[in-house]
Design a protein around this ligand. Structure first.
Ligand code: ASP
Length: 310
């Protein structure tokens, strides 16, 4: 039987055991479990890696605990603007949306941009109008609201500081851009990422998550990668594509390439965060330089794990 694998993340950062209750940890793990299940069942039934990463990310977007879709963080003006992207390793086709509001599942819109437009990225109002034309589901502001994200924003409101949701100086450190990478039975890989970005960001700010090559990349020849962390350094180091380049041009393994980028290159420019990756041979890795990363992996060889801390 051909191997298949799905790997997901729910954000990386200062996840401290001391700031976590058993109930909350359980809820996070359930959210991750559901997303893994959504992707894995598709792969099991011969589905494509593209559909699996979309399903897993949509499940995480629907979970209010993670900073994507419902439960996204607040920008400077109190709005919730979201970024998302998706890429297929077989065709190098990609779709992305940035700074969109009211879209229930931004990754679904990114998928429709990829499959039903001649473009790769749509932004703001144009993305919204395109979504309506294609029957993408929208929700009122109240759907996206969560009290804890609002409280986090209140701590920074009026300052010029934009923070990763986990770095807000709150006692409760909650965060979580989300992403998924997968290998299907046909030997194809794909990646997807979705986020509300950073708390108190300038509205209109675009992070790494929707940027193909920075927060997301997939190429059957090398790897599928989804990143999470402080977006600006991830953009400046073209992070996801750098992993692919190290594999393609230097012959590094997936694991070695991811470690070099996360623990050396990113750290040199204060890039806090991590990434998940798969390759077409069935290798998978989850690497981060922060205190923790919500993460999970389920493979046809029996590997099945969910973890939060180092
Ligand atoms: N990378 C995301 C951004 O900068 C944030 C995160 O991963 O939590 O928008």
């Amino acid at each position: 039987m051909s191997k298949f694998t799905i790997v997901i993340h729910g954000g990386a950062g200062t996840i401290l055991r001391s700031a976590m209750t058993p109930e909350l940890e359980k809820a996070y793990k359930e959210g991750l479990e559901q997303a893994l299940h959504a992707g894995y069942t598709l792969l099991e039934k011969n589905g494509t890696s593209l559909d699996a990463v979309k399903a897993a990310v949509m499940s995480l977007e629907d979970c209010i605990l993670f900073n994507a879709g419902r439960g996204s963080v607040f920008a400077k003006d109190g709005s919730q603007e979201m970024d998302a992207s998706i890429m297929e390793g077989k065709t190098l086709m990609a779709g992305a949306v940035s700074a969109v509001r009211s879209i229930k599942n931004p990754v679904d819109l990114a998928y429709v941009v990829m499959t039903k437009s001649q473009h790769v990225m749509l932004n703001g109002k144009g993305a919204y109008d395109f979504a309506l034309r294609h029957g993408i589901k929208t929700e009122p502001d109240s759907y996206f609201f969560s009290q804890f994200r609002y409280d986090q924003w209140k701590e920074l409101q009026g300052t010029d500081e934009a923070a990763l949701d986990h770095n807000v100086p709150s006692k409760e450190k909650k965060f979580g851009t989300v992403g998924a990478v997968a290998l299907d039975k046909h030997g194809n890989i794909a990646a997807a990422t979705s986020t509300g970005g950073m708390t108190n960001k300038q509205y209109g700010r675009v992070g790494d998550s929707p940027i193909i090559g920075a927060g997301t990349y997939a190429n059957n020849k090398t790897c599928a990668i989804s990143c999470t962390g402080h977006g600006e350094p991830f953009i400046r180091s073209v992070t996801a594509y750098d992993v692919s380049c190290l594999m393609e041009y230097k012959g590094l393994s997936l694991n070695d390439a991811m470690h070099l980028v996360v623990h050396d290159k990113l750290l040199k420019i204060d890039g806090e965060g991590g990434m998940i990756g798969v390759d077409a041979k069935g290798n998978a890795a989850m690497v981060f330089n922060s205190e923790g990363m919500y993460r999970g992996m389920k493979c046809s060889d029996g590997r099945n794990e969910i973890a939060v801390y180092k």
